[in-house]
Design a protein around this ligand. Sequence first.
Ligand code: SF4
Length: 339
Amino acid sequence: MTQEEFVLDVRSMKKYFPIKQGFMKKTVGFVRAVDDVHIQIRPGETLGLVGESGCGKTTLGRCVLRAIEPTSGTTLFQNRQGEVKDVMKLNNHELRAIRRDMQLIFQDPYSSLNPRMTVLSIIAEPLICNGMARGDALKERVMELMEMVGLNSRHLERYPHAFSGGQRQRIGIARALATNPKFIVCDEAVSALDVSVQAQIINLLQDLQEKLHLSYLFISHDLGVIQHISNRVGVMYVGKMVETAATKELFKNPQHPYTEALLSAKPMPDPRKKSNRIILAGEVANPAKPPSGCYFHPRCPYAQDICKSQAPEWKQVGEGHYSACHFAGELQLQGAVAQ
Ligand code: SF4
């Protein structure tokens, strides 16, 4: 992929958390939360990131923004001037500047807003911190952002408790949009909301994406949401990316046994239809002590001897379709029922 084609190109991203023990707090091991992950996102595109809880998707999202410091890796990001910067090499001053272009929408609209601040102060904060507006212009910009996300701008002096969960998430979205970013990490952005409200927020995110030409890294454990919003999907298991493909292709033609198992657990559109749910044996592997070879081998119904000793390569199995399985392209795996 050439540099002009992506807004974000993450290579070999690793985040290992040290395990400390004893009086001297000696490092006795590492939790491999993110383990050598590559992702690329084009302008105006949504990459959905899916996997079970604890698979490292939230940590990856935060490492990309350097909200937490990665252990190693590069994040090439094209800023608003069209320059490609390695976010990992920026000093604090440069990082603050590039963060205008890269924002985060949090999972929980209840705890992510300061209850002692008015909506005006919450949305104005990034504008003030970045010296982007003040006085009447600041208030006007906040009102414009509120209208943009479907909130009544007359309510700008209200506090978060006066709003519903969906409205609070709209406040969070307005705050993320304040600096006019190009790229947003949406971390389980609709998971805490009722299903009907989820649909409204997803529609809002899609409308904003089209209008403002935004790119999203959309993190969710909910395959239905991921299928609806994403152009491409990445599947993570124990800190590793195991498969990526265009959304339709991944749901129809999975090429990794873990993806097949996840898809089989997706609720059926017609509850009277029989589901072919694959029940995986055992527990998710411990990222502090991952199994040898393929991390998925203790649970994989297709595992062979080679899987226990050799880690699978990242293989291309189709146009934009990659899988980390020794037998990718050879197994007859079941996709999800079309909705
Ligand atoms: S490499 Fe082996 S254990 Fe891993 S997913 Fe493929 S078949 Fe299963």
